[in-house]
Design a protein around this ligand. Structure first.
Ligand code: AMP
Ligand code: MG
Length: 342
């Protein structure tokens, strides 16, 4: 299959809309990461997303809308609780996904058989224009091969899925760079299932106390069920072994342990102090820059090819740092060295 590389203009967005109406797959830019979109109400189109990505069928998809009214217009949920309304008012459009009791139009392929559905209203103007051009909500997971780092440029999408999907719309680099925050409002107490660009603190400022699911910061124990099926899979991983290093003395630790197959994933402030190959994960004082650069850095590590171990700075898991930590600890398969305990 030839994959069209489309531009962010009216004519190409119309082409993307037509492909989607006809059941095709299009990589689309959003403010979080690139999504692999299909008509959310067309079960065959949705099934082809799983095939193109190699995604396990039990991992449900997020449904993207371009207007809050789409929820009612397409009967996407069976209930839209007060707290969901309050969050939508404050954070939509934006990088927040809400899990709600699913409506009658949602195919089982989208919800992976659960009785809930994930909904997001992206802020990216091109994403909104493509949804409107398709005249239907779009189911869209990240547009990467399952297991590899999420794509934050059209080139990343082409590298992973070129030849497997109909088109990619190039809308430039993603602003946030990590997938959306996911919160469930289908439980008694709202619960964070995946941290992202909208922080726990921001959510709590609107709806009060929320729970943070155990799987956000910790490895699931054997046999434990994931509230968000995506959490149970090894994720975001480059081919090299990644090890998180926590505590003061990161640069000294790397310098002491490095050989010619070792690299460091560090802050821009560290780069000069390290005697090994470095990949930069934003600035020490700016979690947004870390989020923005993480997946690109993981892909760069893969491009180098012959790196054995990457020692990565362990971010503080607060604010947007919680999202950076959540992705990195999965990239590291939960392998952490604590310098204070050595
Ligand atoms: P991705 O599409 O790669 O951004 O992943 C979507 C994330 O949302 C995955 O971790 C899914 O498991 C999660 N998700 C989607 N729908 C639901 C749902 N109905 N209940 C719980 N988690 C969900
Ligand atoms: Mg994904």
């Amino acid at each position: 299959m030839h994959t069209l590389l489309l531009k962010d203009n009216v004519k190409d967005i119309r082409t993307a809309g037509e492909i989607l109406i006809n059941g095709g797959l299009v990589g689309i830019p959003t403010e979080t990461v690139y999504g692999l979109a299909a008509d959310a109400l067309n079960p065959a189109a949705v099934a082809s997303i799983f095939k193109a990505k190699g995604r396990p069928m039990d991992n449900p998809l997020i449904v993207h809308i371009a207007d809050i009214g789409d929820i009612e217009r397409f009967s996407l949920v069976s209930e839209f609780p007060e707290k969901a309304r309050a969050l939508a008012e404050k954070f939509w459009s934006g990088p927040l996904t809400m899990i709600l009791p699913k409506g009658k139009t949602i195919p089982d392929e989208v919800s992976a058989g659960l009785d809930t559905v994930a909904i997001r209203f992206p802020e990216h103007k091109t994403a909104q224009a493509i949804i409107r051009a398709a005249r239907t909500p779009l189911a869209a997971p990240s547009a990467n091969l399952s297991g590899s780092p999420s794509p934050t440029t059209a080139e990343h999408v082409m590298n992973d899925l070129g030849g497997r999907i109909d088109a990619v719309v190039d809308g430039g680099e993603c602003r946030v760079g990590l997938e959306s925050t996911v919160i469930t409002l289908a439980a008694d107490t709202p619960r964070l299932l995946r941290p992202g660009g909208i922080t726990v603190e921001q959510l709590e400022s609107v709806i009060g106390k929320i729970d943070v699911d155990d799987a956000v910061l910790h490895r699931l124990r054997d046999g434990e069920k994931a509230a968000s099926p995506g959490m149970k899979y090894k994720h975001y991983a480059p081919k090299a072994r990644v090890v998180l290093v926590r505590g003061d003395g990161f640069c000294d630790f790397v310098n002491k342990n490095a050989d010619d197959k070792t690299a460091a994933l560090c802050y821009s402030e560290d780069a000069d102090k390290i005697n090994a190959e470095t990949f930069v994960l934003g600035s020490m004082t700016d979690c947004d820059s870390q989020a923005h650069e993480l997946f690109g850095a993981l892909r760069e590590i893969d491009r180098e090819g012959d790196i054995g171990v990457v020692y990565a700075r362990c971010p503080e898991p607060t604010g947007v740092g919680m999202a950076v930590y959540n992705r990195l600890i999965r990239a590291a398969g939960f392998e952490v060295i604590d310098l204070e305990k050595l």
